[in-house]
Design a protein around this ligand. Structure first.
Ligand code: PEP
Length: 251
């Protein structure tokens, strides 16, 4: 089990224009400032256009900022893409790679995700590598094998406990209001931990997040599961009070 601080990461997805994004980020940072020291690291991942204004708005508050994706190359003829170095320059410390919405909507493969994570590492970013099975795969009893296969293909050789976080996000639980049971989460997180320990020298210390309809009402139970080192939060990260409710549910 990774010892230490939990990470609660908000994935804003394609939501928010400048004013509301800055207001939301400031509201989270203000709650963090008034809470005093807490054993939780906090991260928000706004859409790319909001990274500059959000990093400026929360500078010095302890609230980290991340990207939602990056390109494997540093620069070049890649219209519409953004490199890890660009995210780092804009003030990001993290980047999500391999989110299921990118795997599904953009046909991203494990091999591509590994190159994105390696690019993130080269730029000094922490890569949050997402894995998780679909409903049909779970129904066929393949959740574990799918996650193991995704881990095997998506984690680059440069990964360590300091530059990599794994997010287990069952696809059927994302944005649906359905969450995995604590027993299901415990089983898959234990499997991920075993895989990380086999694969990396520092595998025991890699943080493993759970994601999929995490809300204040279920966070206490989920964050208490062994080897759950935090949460990747979509919908509930768009409201400061809900996001903060998840933070304060961490044991
Ligand atoms: C996500 O998209 O990473 C996610 C977990 O979304 P939600 O919390 O809305 O299910």
């Amino acid at each position: 089990m990774a010892m230490g601080r939990k990470l609660i990461a908000g994935n804003w997805k394609m939501n928010g224009l400048k004013t509301e994004g800055v207001v939301l980020a400031r509201a989270v940072a203000e709650r963090l400032a008034s809470a005093g020291p807490i054993p939780v690291d906090l991260l928000v991942c706004p859409p790319a256009t909001l990274i500059w204004p959000v990093t400026e708005a929360v500078a010095g508050t302890g609230l980290a900022v991340g990207g939602q994706d990056c390109h494997p190359q540093v620069s070049g003829a890649h219209t519409g893409d953004i490199s890890a170095a660009m995210l780092a320059e804009a003030g990001c410390g993290y980047v999500i790679v391999g989110h299921s919405e990118r795997r599904q909507n953009h046909g991203e493969t494990d091999a591509l995700i590994a190159t994105k994570a390696a690019a993130a590492h080269a730029a000094g970013l922490v890569a949050i590598i997402c894995v998780g099975e679909t409903d049909a795969e779970r129904d066929r009893g393949e959740a574990g094998t799918v996650v193991e296969r995704q881990l095997a293909g998506s984690i680059p050789a440069s990964a360590t406990a300091t530059n990599t976080v794994i997010a287990y996000e069952p696809v059927w639980a994302i944005g649906t209001g359905r969450t995995a049971t604590p027993a299901d989460v415990a089983q898959i997180h234990a499997l991920i931990r075993e895989t990380l320990v086999r694969r990396l020298d520092s595998g025991a210390a890699v943080r493993i997040l759970y994601g999929g309809s995490v809300k204040p009402s279920n966070a206490r139970e989920l964050m208490a599961v062994p080897d759950v080192d935090g949460a990747l939060v979509g919908g509930a990260s768009l409201k400061a009070d809900e996001f903060w409710g998840i933070v304060t549910s961490c044991p």
